[in-house]
Design a binder for this molecule. Structure first.
Ligand code: F6R
Length: 244
């Protein structure tokens, strides 16, 4: 628990940077699982600073994003491709072919095969070293909404009403928010060597209490992280205020 989201974000970015530097020294790749949304933006800001001011190189980093709305064009205002380019990739030296974000432009009949290939690419890269997560008010991680199974894999999912409400302002109205998304599964996330879930602000306090102290159950998918042996929850004071 940190006094501010900015201090907490620096800490998380520092941990990611340490792993990248260690791997770079031994000529190995680092595989990162990345999230979008408001929560990780300061982590990405700090990683960009470390790249610019301290020579942190992302040439050996491979990334897999958690999710993308479906359908979604990469150049749309709300696309996670655009988000990641603006908040991170346009500002660092990561080779384009090492970046993976679920494709929101697929024909529906090709999605299952695409999702299987996404999983295969993560495995072929050696698995996720660190997965960064935010949490939705429904308790979703990625877009694994209530009802998601612990062994779920990358797939097309229907978004919860609350999630669509929370995204309404980004889309200028709830009716414009896509009803579905492609997301890594809970099982995909749990396979990561290390998981860091972040949450800031009082709006997240009730769901953080459920996620951290509640029973493990499919109604709150973030509770599955309680069974991961290297998962950490990083909060600011406000998001932690309902913990007992
Ligand atoms: C985003 C994602 C979501 C968000 C969550 C919190 O890639 O997978 O689970 O992390 O909805 O969103 P923010 O950070 O905007 O509160």
């Amino acid at each position: 628990i940190y006094g501010s989201a900015s201090d907490a974000s620096k800490e998380v970015a520092g941990e990611v940077a340490d792993l990248i530097r260690k791997r770079n020294k031994s000529g190995k790749k680092t595989v990162l699982g990345l999230a979008t949304g408001s929560t990780p933006t300061q982590v990405y800001g700090e990683l960009i600073r470390l790249h610019n001011e301290e020579g942190l190189s992302f040439e050996n980093v491979i990334t897999f994003n958690l999710d993308e709305y479906y359908p979604m064009e990469p150049h749309s205002l709300q696309s996670y491709v655009r988000f990641m380019n603006e908040h991170l990739f346009d500002h660092i030296d990561i080779p384009e072919e090492q970046v993976h974000i679920p494709d929101g432009t697929l024909e529906e009949e090709n999605i299952n095969d695409y999702c299987r290939e996404y999983e295969e690419k993560i495995r072929a890269a050696g698995g996720l070293d660190i997965q960064l997560l935010g949490i939705g008010r429904t308790g979703h991680i990625g877009f694994n909404e209530p009802g998601s199974r612990p062994d779920s894999r990358t797939r097309l999912i229907t978004l919860d009403r609350i999630t669509r409400k929370d995204a309404a302002s980004d889309f200028f109205g709830e009716e414009n928010v896509p009803r579905r998304a492609i997301t890594m599964g809970v099982g995909t996330i749990l396979d990561a060597d290390r998981v860091i879930l972040m949450a800031w602000g009082e709006g997240k306090a009730p769901i953080i209490r459920e996620a951290v102290e509640g029973n493990i159950r499919e109604q709150v998918p973030a509770t599955y992280l309680q069974e991961h042996d290297n998962a950490e929850v990083i909060l600011d004071d406000a998001a932690a205020e309902k913990l007992t």
